[in-house]
Design a protein around this ligand. Structure first.
Ligand SMILES: Cc1cc2nc3c(=O)[nH]c(=O)nc-3n(C[C@H](O)[C@H](O)[C@H](O)COP(=O)(O)OP(=O)(O)OC[C@H]3O[C@@H](n4cnc5c(N)ncnc54)[C@H](O)[C@@H]3O)c2cc1C
Length: 294
């Protein structure tokens, strides 16, 4: 079955936006196609036009900008995994992109598609939120930066309308001295690869060996990726030690309430995993931060 009738391959953001505007909501952006094509197949409806963004050089950038890395929305998960700056200074992002699908998926699937699709279990997204990343959204009205978390309106619902707007790039803050991050995930190994839970943690330590800053994002726990704010606040100022982490992980379990999903796991099991993955990701981030000499 033919899934679309027209396919355009623009080479600039402006050209892509002009094409979207000319189709008045009847065309959609496509990058790796790993989410969109399955969605189109399952919906078995013909979307008239696809605008392929993979030949736009601006969407492929990976460049340093002070203490941040500018990451084009069209960068693939495999390219993120291979980026040596991200490996050392945005480790949770590399770890989460490294477990997306298999190598074939990672070689074509993009970080922009992962964010724009707005599924709460999207692995790269969880880490970008933990790192405090921002996304630049381009439309016919110009370009604007958003805090990443603000793009998520519900399960599969994004503030970005991919029939009229485009995510062009992300600004990813990089870890500094005594700061590091880690990502942990648990999923069902059999059948459809559905994650049960993903958790990304970022910690920064002060000179007295206390947590100066903590950021934790977990999903899927709610319709959008969720920050464990109660845990973050509780840990700041506490000794950066395993005892604080154990207490923080217990608090995560008490304050986050996943529901039972017949495809993923029971609520009780997922609550237990919240405690486990929070503990593991915080411990790994702490160990890295203690060894960080940036
Ligand atoms: C077998 C398989 C396994 C998978 N495993 C995982 C997994 O483990 N973890 C995980 O997180 N995901 C997984 N996925 C989902 C998917 O691969 C990722 O979400 C991927 O990052 C989507 O990127 P893409 O480039 O393929 O997006 P596409 O499918 O091209 O697009 C997805 C959506 O984003 C929009 N879009 C794309 N680019 C832009 C842009 N620049 N601006 C605005 N809108 C845009 C499209 O219009 C569409 O609505 C898996 C998929 C498959 C098929």
């Amino acid at each position: 079955m033919k899934l679309w009738s027209k396919y355009h391959i623009p080479t600039s953001v402006e050209e892509a936006l002009a094409l979207l505007a000319s189709y008045q909501g009847q065309a959609r952006l496509v990058a790796g196609g790993t989410d969109l094509l399955i969605e189109m197949q399952q919906a078995s409806h013909v979307l008239t036009t696809l605008i392929d963004v993979t030949k736009i050089p601006e969407l492929r950038v990976q460049e340093l900008d002070g203490d941040s890395l500018i990451l084009g929305a069209g960068v693939t998960h495999s390219q993120i995994v291979q980026n040596s700056v991200l490996q050392t200074r945005a480790t949770c992002l590399v770890e989460s992109c490294g477990v997306v699908g298999g190598p074939q998926v990672r070689n074509v699937a993009t970080i922009g598609g992962n964010v724009a699709h707005a599924l709460p279990a999207a692995d790269g997204t969880i880490s970008l939120i933990t790192l405090g990343a921002q996304a630049e959204v381009a439309s016919s009205n110009g370009r604007r930066w958003y805090d990443l978390h603000d793009l998520f309106l519900g399960a599969g619902k994004s503030l970005v309308d991919s029939t009229r707007q485009m995510i062009t790039r992300f600004r990813v803050p990089l870890s500094r001295h005594r700061e590091a991050s880690a990502f942990e995930r648990i999923m069902r190994p059999q059948g459809v690869a559905l994650p049960v839970l993903g958790c990304a943690a970022r910690v920064r330590l002060d000179d007295q060996g206390r947590f100066e800053e903590v950021s934790l994002c977990l999903a899927p726990v709610a319709p959008t990726p969720i920050r464990a704010e109660a845990v973050e606040k509780w840990l700041v100022g506490r000794p950066a030690q395993e005892a604080s982490i154990l207490e923080g992980a217990r608090l995560a379990r008490q304050t986050l309430h996943p529901r039972t999903s017949k495809y993923r796991a029971t609520a009780a099991y997922r609550e237990e995993m919240i405690e486990l993955l929070t503990r593991r990701s915080l411990s790994a981030a702490l160990e890295r931060a203690e060894g960080s000499v940036l």
